[in-house]
Design a protein around this ligand. Structure first.
Ligand code: FAD
Ligand code: DLZ
Ligand code: SF4
Length: 511
């Protein structure tokens, strides 16, 4: 350690990148990296056990990696008897230990933590620099510039800017193949007899096993299980997971992106979001590897474009929305929905097979793919009028990839339309018909997807019409809903009453 006072560099659990912005230009001789396992972060919501274990195990491995690379790492474990339990408390203790000249930290992924960091300078009487997070393609100012003056913030236009910026799938100034978006080709249902690649599973080493034991003991009352824990924990393992996806799944990713099958939790999805979100993988590198697969003729354009769009399009776009809209965005509730989240979201115990599949695998693996999150657990909550805040907490808890910057816009904006249409042009409301088209769930369900009313009718059907009817004042002039509202208007009074009664008795059965 050099003689001058060191700079203290806190590294949070989702900042496990070797080239983090707070480390740029810093002399390792004159810095202390502070990594803190703290009670507040593990319990501010009741995270899935596997999510906590994943983050803590990855943190411990990252600390070793950084030490091997010449950094001094001060690591505070959760069960350290002196652990104060919060980031701010640990900063205070670290200042005592190291007497740093200043603190330099990369901005966090949540307003809550940002507010905490902004207090540090005054609280500790020490200079605090909060650096932009350079792991994203679009910084706050650039997003603001793009959004400024637009009536609607549609992802598609933002995405085209990111394609131009990166040159990904560009042919000069034009999009590769002549179209920006190949989603039309991407809506195929899957069959059980399709060859399914098995996800790559990583065996816990001694360090990870220690964390698994700690989590099992300390967070027994948190949702989800640890029996299927098979995450990559290090950068090297995450790169193997990336290779597995590129070689085994990417080519079919596009075709079956929206499909759902009983007993098949993963299909051709990448399962890479947990690694991207904590910094074990770089998003643009991943897209360049996917682009190579297209260039080499190993994956079709619809698959590669679809995949790249999720990352440089949706992922960057929702982050832009989160920071632009401010901390209150999470509190939006356009429909004034007030129903409590049904208990079965924490058990999977429901006769609705689609929900029991999506929730069951969520509790088993801390994973569900996008269409399950959007069109099963999300759509059900929307139709049933569940309080969007409670649903937001659920999504934040149960998925291994969940951090507010990405979870909140997806839940509050995209899935619940609770922002009144800032992010989505219409609510993702659908009857059982959509689920029946995109999955085999209905053929395994005790409910009849074709029946509209009565005890055996698929609950999504009556709930769908009830949702449109009860929100007609708010949605009636939405042009994208003109057709369903015309169909509703044409229905006989008796049918309308039967649908609404059916929805009411189902909702009462939830209470
Ligand atoms: P793939 O299907 O393989 O997609 C590739 C990558 O694209 C993902 O790894 C992810 O990084 C990115 N991506 C895809 N869709 C989105 C999207 N809508 N927003 C941002 N990135 C996207 N994603 C999270 O990372 N964290 C969350 O907390 C989260 N919460 C969600 C909540 C709801 C209600 C919904 C509808 C979606 C949510 N998503 C979230 C987006 C998406 O469902 C997940 O990114 C995806 O399911 C992760 O699985 P995968 O890695 O197999 O993704
Ligand atoms: C999610 C999480 C959990 C469960 N535990 C920790 C922890 O003990 N220490 C830590 O540094 N980070 C943790 N995290 C991630 C943080 O909650 C995350 O960095 C903030 O929410 C900001 O995105
Ligand atoms: Fe879900 Fe309805 Fe199909 Fe059952 S019938 S799986 S409840 S959509």
């Amino acid at each position: 350690m050099a003689n001058s006072k060191p700079v203290l560099i806190p590294i949070l659990g989702d900042q496990l990148s070797r080239d983090l912005s707070s480390l740029a230009g810093v002399d390792a001789e004159n810095a202390v990296l502070l990594m803190m396992e703290v009670d507040e972060e593990t319990t501010y919501v009741r995270h899935h056990k596997a999510k906590i274990a994943f983050i803590l195990a990855a943190m411990r491995h990252h600390a070793e990696d950084m030490q091997d690379r010449g950094w001094t790492v001060d690591y505070v474990k959760l069960d350290d008897p002196d652990n104060s339990g919060s980031f701010s408390g640990e900063i205070a203790r670290a200042i005592e230990r190291h007497d740093p000249a200043s603190i330099c930290v990369t901005e966090p992924g949540e307003w809550r933590v940002r507010a905490m960091m902004e207090e540090w300078e005054e609280k500790f009487g020490i200079k605090v620099e909060i650096c932009p997070d350079s792991r994203f393609l679009c910084d706050h100012a650039e997003f603001e510039e793009w959004a400024e003056g637009r009536k609607q913030l549609r992802m598609e236009y933002f995405y085209r800017e990111m394609r131009r910026k990166t040159g990904l799938l560009m042919d000069g100034d034009d999009p590769e193949g002549g179209k920006w978006n190949y989603d039309q080709d991407n809506r195929k249902p899957a069959d059980q007899d399709l060859f399914m690649p098995k996800p790559i599973a990583f065996r816990p080493d001694e360090t990870t096993q220690e964390v698994l034991d700690l989590v099992a003991d300390r967070f027994a009352d948190h949702p989800g299980g640890l029996d299927n824990f098979q995450f990559a924990i290090t950068r090297a393992e995450a790169l193997r997971a990336r290779r597995h996806f590129l070689d085994e799944c990417l080519a079919r990713f596009g075709d079956y992106q929206d499909a759902m099958l009983t007993g098949e939790p993963f299909l051709y999805h990448s399962l890479l979001s947990p690694y991207l979100n904590i910094g074990l993988l770089d998003p643009v590198d991943l897209c360049r590897e996917a682009e190579k697969k297209y260039a080499e003729g190993d994956a079709p354009l619809n698959a590669v474009e679809g995949f790249i769009r999720q990352i440089i399009g949706w992922r960057e776009y929702v982050r832009g929305i989160y920071w632009r809209e401010g901390p209150d965005y999470a509190e939006n509730n356009f429909f004034d929905a007030a129903r409590d989240l049904p208990d079965f979201y924490y058990s999977g115990d429901t006769d609705m097979h689609c929900l029991s599949q999506a929730i069951g695998q969520t509790l088993d693996y801390a994973y569900a793919h996008h269409i399950q999150r959007l069109m099963i657990t999300g759509t059900f909550a929307l139709l049933a009028g569940v309080d969007p805040h409670q649903l937001h907490i659920w999504y934040l808890e149960v998925y291994a990839d969940a951090y507010e910057w990405v979870e909140v816009p997806n839940t509050v904006g995209m899935s619940q339309f609770a922002d009144g249409g800032l992010l989505a042009s219409k609510p993702y409301a659908a009857s059982g018909n959509y689920i029946n088209k995109m999955s085999d769930y209905c053929s395994h369900c005790r409910y009849d997807v074709k029946a509209k009313t009565g005890e055996d009718a698929c609950p999504f059907n009556a709930l769908y019409w009830d949702f449109l009817a009860r929100n007609e004042e708010k949605l009636g002039d939405n042009r994208r809903l003109a057709m369903p509202y015309r169909t509703w208007a044409k229905k006989e009074k008796g049918e309308k009453i039967a649908l609404r009664n059916s929805a009411r008795s189902f909702l009462e059965s939830l209470d």
